[in-house]
Design a protein around this ligand. Sequence first.
Ligand code: SF4
Length: 414
Amino acid sequence: MSEEKKVAIKKIQATGLMRKLMADYFYELDKASKEGSPKVAWCTSVGPAELLLSLGFLVYYPENHGAMLGATRAANNYIPVANAIGYSPDICSYLTSDVGAFIKKETPLSLAYKGIEGVPKPDVLVYNTNQCRDVQEWFSWYSRELKVPAMGIYTYRNIGKIENYHLESIVSQMKDMIPPLEEISGQKFDIDKLRHFLSLSYECTQLWKKILETNTATPAPMSFFDATIHMGPAVVLRGNSQAVEYYKVLLKELEDRVANKEGAVEGERFRLYWEGMPIWGKLRALAEFFIGLKTAVIASTYCNSWIFEAFDPEDPFMSMARAYTEIFIVRDENFKEKYIEKMVLEYKLDGLLFHDAKTCPANSNNRYGMPERLEKKLNIPALTINGDLNDMRCYSEEQAKTNIEAFIEQLEAR
Ligand code: SF4
């Protein structure tokens, strides 16, 4: 392996504002949890958050907590704790690290935010199986442990064309949730409130899309590794006006970078796609490594997963059903390949990186021949990196770096 040069990640100025936003969000949840009001709903990241907000719940996302456990490299302290109660090391390591941390009564929130002692107590747990089965098992564990009701939306998966019967099923499942949710929240459902939150979510999602699309410029102003951090508000604060205001600030900063031809990677030589989950515990190391190689990882399925184009306040239920069904993870291989092909053209990409995350088959798209098919079809190389989102025992840094360097040499040779 070649000697690594010292490199610095370019700071995004809006980061301070984002940190404040995230702190406010967690303190508000903590206060509600301690005072018992407003009620707190836990929701999966692509679950019906807008419905919950419209019923007066504050919404907490355990996957975000899972990502924090990964990013702070604490996950491996907790995964064995969940393994010890029968949750396999092969299942989602967000689930196992989050459950393990809960059993040990520890959370990175306490280290980041003074006065917060634990995750907010849920009054209800709401999941959508559009992404995987694990979220149901994850919320079911908490439901049994905390004696809190869990309810879910069961989405068709591996869908090519989206049919009306797919959406109608989800609409009726969402509507069926309303009476029990009203009972828990103590608030009556109001369709105008739902429209209000949906329109804020739509605005947030549109800004997030524009932010990601600034990377179609050469050089690209933001790396995938930056984007995984700055997507925090799009994940936990959609439906909230502060997220909209934040993304206006971030967008302006990135547009200025584009105007000044200021790239996230100095002397950008190659542009790559990241398919699959981030390796949370290695974000910084990978960001620096790619900067050293003058290679910009600038587009991804993961960050694009919080673009919900279909949201329409005029048709709230149907449009939510569509938005949460048309995302990449729900779709079949043909759809996914066409999606990546479009990204390659729009972002002028030179190669594809596939992350095979050991504990997340739902987000590892290298397993059924897709990299090989895309290499042939698009005439660009693809590399699979073996690793995991949180379980660092599945990731060999040395091996990954050697493979990436060889991949870059392959690009140079072309
Ligand atoms: S999609 Fe993957 S990372 Fe997300 S909850 Fe499911 S198994 Fe875990």
